[in-house]
Design a protein. Structure first.
Length: 253
């Protein structure tokens, strides 16, 4: 028994529809969804430490994504300065750090592995690498003949670390996501220096050499100080450790 032309046309249409449906399903296995493969995020929690932190994340499979982070902070006084003043009960220590200013810049590439059914949702583990530069500026005070004098010191410290971030992400709306960086321990190395220019007498040089010897007792970090008639320089080199944490609001597209 042969199918007439109408039945053949209907059968072909059904086969094409089924084929397109299967193609669509197969694409969904690779495509993370109709809401988009990209997320841009702002780490609002970083504002507590006077940092501006942003991240771009892109899905590369159903449960894996790659991301790049950017963090920066203009040079400013220490965060929670009034709280630190109350916590430090030694006047000399507080005097030495109260005018301390610091800033930083960091870039952080990472790859994320989501434990749930889809990318951008649920618990994830993310190996990462971070390059960071920290700037510092402080007027270093010292005593000479019963008088207090100071030399302005400034410089940069660079670090490269690797770590593992544990976090979770939720979809709050069609395009809005919440990303919680629960804990991201990292470890690596650092190097840098701080220095200050000032004409110093022989007596001032001797006083500063003795004062800066205390820095050589810092744990884990190798410190070398140089004092001459033109000023002071302190070099740092050693291991570096840190923690990542944050709470981000993201827009998906």
């Amino acid at each position: 028994m042969h199918l007439n032309s109408t039945k053949k046309t209907l059968l072909l249409a059904l086969l094409l529809t089924a084929g397109l449906s299967q193609t669509s399903i197969a694409q969904k296995d690779v495509n993370p969804g109709q809401d988009g493969k990209n997320l841009v995020k702002w780490n609002v929690g970083a504002l507590l430490l006077k940092n501006f932190s942003f991240q771009y994340e892109r899905a590369i499979s159903r449960k894996i994504s790659v991301a790049g982070g950017l963090r920066f902070a203009p040079k400013s006084n220490l965060p929670f300065k009034s709280g630190l003043e109350n916590a430090i009960d030694d006047d000399d220590t507080w005097e030495s750090i109260k005018d301390f200013k610091t800033g930083n810049f960091a870039i952080t590439p990472e790859i994320r592995f989501y434990m749930g059914k889809n990318v951008f949702q649920g618990f994830y583990i993310a190996p990462f690498v971070r390059y960071a530069q920290y700037s510092a500026e402080v007027p270093y005070k010292y005593d000479i003949d019963g008088m207090t004098d100071e030399i302005p010191l400034s410089g940069n410290v660079n670090s490269i670390t690797g770590g593992l971030l544990f976090g979770a992400q939720w979809k709050l709306g069609k395009q809005i996501h919440l990303d919680w960086w629960i804990l991201g321990p990292n470890y690596g190395s650092t190097s840098g220096s701080i220095s200050g220019q000032k004409t110093l007498s022989a007596q001032e040089q001797e006083v500063l050499r003795e004062d800066l010897k205390d820095l050589e007792d810092l744990p884990l970090v190798d410190t070398k100080s140089t004092v001459d008639g033109n000023g002071v320089k302190v070099d740092f080199d050693g291991p570096w450790a840190g923690l990542r944490a944050g709470l981000c609001i993201g827009f998906r597209f």
